[in-house]
Design a protein around this ligand. Structure first.
Ligand SMILES: [Zn+2]
Ligand SMILES: [Zn+2]
Length: 146
């Protein structure tokens, strides 16, 4: 799903009327794999669509979430972010620059001890640390200081 036409088809298949706003928001999510917040999506799209309202972006994201088109990711102490990549993958958040990186990961074969009688509704893997760039900056600074 990439062209406007394909996105329209995809939305319709998921039971959503492919309005202009919905198509544009979904295209944005496909093109920006940065796990944007609703506010980021709104301010970028508002540049091309001056009549766009914040409410319609929020409503669109809610409709996408309910229809299972996007995943919500909530990383500690952060805003709600949206991810159009529905495959199993983990998120790494750099504690210095705040960027969020995807990494390959599969939940298959993972054992959940003590949850045998539970029904799992959502699975998320979230790691925190330093990205390679920030790690480099940190080690350079440490060298300078010593
Ligand atoms: Zn970083
Ligand atoms: Zn992701």
């Amino acid at each position: 799903v990439n062209s406007q036409k394909q996105i329209k088809k995809y939305l319709a298949k998921k039971g959503l009327r492919p309005s202009h706003v919905r198509v544009q928001v979904f295209r944005y999510l496909l093109e920006h794999r940065t796990h944007p917040t609703a506010e980021e999506i709104f301010s970028s799209l508002a540049e091309e669509m001056p009549t766009l309202s914040r409410t319609s972006v929020y409503n669109t994201l809610r409709a996408f979430t309910e229809a299972g088109l996007v995943k919500i990711i909530t990383v500690e102490g952060d805003k709600v972010r949206f991810d159009a990549d529905l495959s199993d993958h983990g998120h790494f958040r750099c504690s210095r620059c705040g960027k969020i990186y995807d990494f390959g990961f599969s939940f298959d074969g993972l054992r959940w001890e003590g949850l045998e009688d539970f029904e799992v509704e959502s699975k998320e893997l979230y790691l925190r640390g330093l990205c390679p760039e920030c790690k480099l900056k940190k080690s350079r600074r440490e060298k300078e200081e010593s």
